[in-house]
Design a protein around this ligand. Structure first.
Ligand SMILES: Cc1cc2nc3c(=O)[nH]c(=O)nc-3n(C[C@H](O)[C@H](O)[C@H](O)COP(=O)(O)OP(=O)(O)OC[C@H]3O[C@@H](n4cnc5c(N)ncnc54)[C@H](O)[C@@H]3O)c2cc1C
Length: 295
């Protein structure tokens, strides 16, 4: 028999009211967005919050807009809305593509970009892509609003840096410089599996001479946080974008990663695949094929 969930349901009309409600429960209450993760956790008896704070009555939390060089995604924008948005497809096809690869259409219809980040499940697609894009989140709590990099929001497996009274209100993504090419490869090891074994994002921009002006790599789904190695990225600048260089960068990412082992792949296997998929993501980015694909 499924455990009976018994909790108070709150429906605040503003972020301030939501933060105040969360504060009253001193870290025991949970916000709910699409519910695709939270409801499962409650029904499986993994958590039993005394209160659930729904966010869907807070106005303007699902906005998708481009302003002053930034893409702004309201925390309640669903992964389907992000994936299908003409604005996101035009400005950040990589992110749109990664969102359309999440789970299935029923999940994407309900799951939100804010919920995806705040769940901090390592086996997710959007977090690694957002870390590669230097995305930030606007966080609102009782003390006011602050901005934090997605790389600092996700601390570890299912752990964020949010205080008990804080909510993610918006995801903000700087639009990459003109000429930036990107690719996201979602490596799935089992035919019945939605979630990635390795998610590799590569971004490359060349200068007028054909040398690398900017290169970024983030690896998701292998450890508690998406992995980025700024010192390794910096080595690539000024170099020619050869397959040998991409393979060498992949080896450095593979050496640095401390992967988890699970049903999708052992830690040893994942380490090797990190090397392979860094090289492939950079090669695909360079080839100019925009967006994301499952492999
Ligand atoms: C069948 C299935 C397949 C899936 N496949 C994939 C996949 O391939 N790739 C992938 O990336 N993910 C996958 N997922 C995970 C899915 O993307 C997440 O469950 C979803 O994104 C969570 O968003 P939500 O809005 O439903 O969050 P909820 O379930 O509502 O919340 C998740 C957590 O975040 C907190 N939270 C929610 N919103 C906020 C906020 N604004 N501020 C602070 N805290 C908040 C909640 O309290 C809760 O702890 C899959 C899920 C299912 C069920």
């Amino acid at each position: 028999m499924l455990p009976v969930a018994d909790f108070s349901l709150h429906a605040p009309r503003s972020l301030e009211e939501a933060a105040a409600t969360l504060a009253r429960y001193e870290g025991e209450a949970r916000p709910i967005a699409g519910g695709t993760a939270l409801v499962l956790m409650i029904r499986q008896g993994l958590i039993a919050p005394p209160a659930v704070v729904r966010l869907d009555r807070v106005p303007n939390l699902a906005t998708i807009a481009v302003e002053d060089g930034w893409l702004r995604l309201g925390a309640l924008a669903t992964l389907r809305a992000v994936g299908e948005s003409p604005l996101v497809r035009q400005h950040l096809p990589l992110l749109a593509g990664a969102c359309t690869l999440v789970g299935n259409v029923r999940v994407r219809n309900a799951a939100t970009i804010g919920g995806n980040l705040c769940e901090a499940d390592y086996a997710s697609d959007p977090p690694g892509v957002l870390v590669a894009l230097d995305a930030r989140v606007r966080v609102v709590g009782q003390a006011g609003a602050r901005e934090v990099a997605v790389a600092d929001l996700i601390q570890d497996f299912y752990e964020t840096s949010l205080a008990p009274d804080e909510l993610v209100a918006e995801v903000r993504v700087p639009l990459p410089a003109a000429g930036t090419r990107g690719a996201y490869l979602k490596y799935v090891t089992r035919s019945s599996e939605d979630r990635p074994c390795v998610g590799a994002t590569g971004l490359v921009r060349l200068d007028a001479s054909g040398a690398i002006a900017d290169l970024r790599v983030a690896i998701g789904a292998v450890a508690g946080q998406p992995l980025r190695l700024p010192a390794v990225e910096a080595q690539a600048r000024g170099q020619q974008p050869t397959d040998e260089l991409f393979a060498a960068l992949g080896e450095q990412y593979a050496a640095a990663v401390d992967p988890v082992g699970d049903a999708r792949g052992s830690a040893t296997y994942r380490k090797r695949m990190v090397g392979v998929f860094v090289r492939r993501a950079l090669r695909e980015a360079l080839s100019g094929t925009p967006g994301a694909r499952k492999v």
